[in-house]
Design a protein around this ligand. Structure first.
Ligand code: PFF
Length: 475
């Protein structure tokens, strides 16, 4: 059988994995959740969760991928017949996330174009309108949103079609360092705005009240954020793990990815929250789409001509971060498809038919999310009718974005992570992971800690998070 090509260098692998982890989740989710959840107190909980669950699941996935040298779907089957079906969840999760993620990526491209328009005074600029009005117009125009969503999907597809080395690795190796440089520029500008200190205080000052009042709520928020932000249980780390060499130290890589992702979350907070506070934005406008597409655009528009230059840099960096994440999602099913071709001995193995079919599939859901205007346009949502007679309609029925998010981030991710831990801890046993880490004279010094986490702590904590998510959705 023909050889399966992986990443060319360790740097390339690390940039691709960090690129997958760093994305919209860090920029619009982490800073606000940290501020609301008790500042440093939340960070502490997040880091403990990341150490006992996040890094543990990540290492398990990387090792599973490298040990089997296969894609996420067949990797589970290769190590356990009983848990083989868990692998099938991965591409479903990845494709569901890809569809709404691309809708949001499309809006970022639209805002980049908008700022270019503002800079040159053309009619496709904001034309002096407020961020809220621009956003309302952008979401109401479902057709235009679909076009931008499709542009984002097409960019993702082209990078993935170019291959693991020529597309994903090359894009992330250039894109990630560039993203850091752009982030530094934005942080400098944001932190020197008058009133910026309030944003830093909001995010960093420790406050244990949220933990005392609603510990389960904080745990659920931090847990959900962690799975999404670290790209866990979507098959990404298994797929990327299968592209690494035996000499790489997987445990060290897992910790590095977690630390880089958290660091970018903190840095993103220093870029966006001081700006939001300087503007005096209400708390409701400091997270999610409102933060990115209303509050920050108002900040840029209020700075004069230079503001639009910062706007271009900012939306440029968000697009880079989002693309590095979206390519990792598409690569999960593409790897499955191309592995199957290889197994069948297909001589003319080509990636583009796989990329094309999967892009069309995910693109259809993306188009619906765009047409729904991120929830404003009332495009039919599945299950809404199901709850028609009920006293209270669950929140996820509100719009397509919430529905897809609930299914993937809320349910499939914690479920997949839980099953992965149970499989590693009790079926194939943690020794299998140890053997994979200790290839080529590498030492797994924290193995005892890992063993306890994967067998007891992580499954218990993830089950608690999953339970919290289910109750929040239907409560
Ligand atoms: N980690 C990405 C973010 O924080 O934006 C999102 C993500 C990427 C989720 C890849 C899932 C995935 F498979």
């Amino acid at each position: 059988m023909e050889e399966r090509k992986g990443f060319r260098s360790y740097f390339g692998f690390l940039m691709a994995a960090v690129g997958s982890a760093v994305g919209l989740g860090n920029i619009w989710g982490f800073p606000f959740k940290m501020g609301k959840g008790g500042g440093f107190a939340f960070l502490l909980i997040y880091l403990v969760l990341a150490a006992v669950c996040g890094a543990v699941v990540m290492l398990g996935e990387l090792a599973l991928g490298r040990k089997t040298g296969q894609n996420a779907v067949t990797a589970y089957r290769a190590v356990s017949s009983r848990f083989g079906w868990v692998g099938a969840l991965a591409p479903v999760t990845a494709m569901l996330i890809l569809s709404f993620y691309s809708a949001l990526g499309g809006y970022c491209i639209r805002y980049l174009v908008l700022n270019v328009g503002c800079l040159f005074g053309t009619e496709w600029g904001a034309n002096g309108l407020s961020g809220a009005t621009v956003f309302a117009e952008a979401t109401a125009d479902g057709g235009m949103a679909v076009v931008y969503g499709m542009i984002f999907m097409a960019l993702t597809a082209v990078i993935v079609a170019l291959g693991v080395r020529g597309g994903i690795e090359r894009f992330c190796s250039v894109g990630m360092p560039l993203l850091m440089a752009m982030l530094a520029v934005i942080i400098l500008r944001a932190c020197t705005l008058p009133g910026a200190a309030a944003g830093l205080r909001f995010m960093f000052v420790p406050d244990f009240t949220p933990l005392r009042e609603d510990f389960m709520g904080v745990l659920r928020t931090a847990g959900g954020q962690m799975f999404f932000s670290l790209s866990l249980a979507a098959g990404v780390m298994i797929t990327y793990g299968s592209y690494t060499e035996k000499k790489q130290h997987l445990a060290r890589s897992a910790v590095t990815i977690v630390l880089c992702d958290t660091a970018v979350g903190l840095l993103a907070g220093m870029a966006v929250l001081p700006a939001a506070f300087a503007l005096g934005a209400p708390e409701s406008a400091m997270q999610g789409p409102a933060l990115l597409f209303i509050t920050l655009q108002d900040v840029f528009s209020g700075m004069g001509q230079m503001g639009f230059v910062f706007g271009i840099i900012f939306y440029g960096l968000v697009i880079l971060a989002a693309l590095a994440s979206s390519v990792s999602m598409l690569e999960v099913p593409v790897a499955y498809w191309t592995d199957r071709q290889r197994q069948k001995g297909d001589k003319k193995r080509r990636r583009w038919p796989a990329v094309l079919c999967l892009t069309v599939l995910s693109g259809a859901l993306c188009a619906i999310t765009c047409a729904d205007g991120l929830g404003g346009n009332g495009v039919w949502v599945p299950f809404q009718r199901f709850f028609a007679g009920a006293e209270k309609i669950p929140a996820f029925c509100d719009c397509w974005l919430d529905f897809l998010d609930m299914l993937s981030e809320g349910l499939l991710m914690p479920l997949g992570a839980l099953l992965t831990c149970v499989m590693i801890g009790w079926v194939i046993k943690p020794e299998t992971i140890r053997a994979e880490v200790e290839q080529e004279d590498n030492r797994f010094k924290t193995y005892r800690f890992y063993r306890i986490c994967v067998r007891y702590i992580a499954p218990a904590v993830i089950a608690l998070i999953l339970w919290g998510q289910i109750r929040a959705f239907f409560g």
